[in-house]
Design a protein around this ligand. Structure first.
Ligand code: ZN
Length: 139
């Protein structure tokens, strides 16, 4: 499962709304691995994709996010993006573009935000647990 502070969920929803009709995207900083993840911060990134139904995280933003996470004693545990027109589920482009094992994917759609983990060539739903910021600030 993924423990996500409510403030971060609100941030993703806000970015999704601001980017619409294009997709927003960014990286998730946190801790964990295996089955349980704790998100602690988001790193919004420029979407370099030309098509409105794709996202491509700016490599410079990716590099900066990894560095910032390390400095906090964390790691980049996943990415997030929005589907302004579609469902909050991985699209065929997402499946084709996914590479990193045990990497979290948060997808914001009109019906809300859903979490998935990519491993062994596919996406598995991950239970999203919303918490107060206090829960993760001690990590
Ligand atoms: Zn997508």
């Amino acid at each position: 499962m993924l423990f996500l502070p409510a403030a971060l969920l609100a941030q993703i929803a806000g970015e999704a709304q601001a980017a619409s009709p294009r997709e927003c995207c960014g990286l998730i900083e946190g801790a964990g691995g295996g089955r349980d993840f704790h998100a602690t911060a988001l790193h919004p990134a420029l979407n370099l994709a030309a098509a409105p139904d794709r996202f491509e995280i700016d490599p410079a933003a990716h590099f900066a996010a990894v560095k910032a996470a390390r400095e906090n004693g964390h790691a980049i545990i996943g990415c997030y993006h929005s589907h302004p027109q579609g469902r909050a589920e991985p699209s065929r482009h997402d499946v084709a573009g996914a590479q990193e094992e045990n990497f979290l994917w948060l997808i914001a759609g009109p019906e809300g935000v859903k979490a998935f983990a990519y491993s062994a060539g596919g996406f598995e739903p991950v239970k999203l647990i919303l918490g107060a910021d206090l829960v993760t600030s001690s990590l």
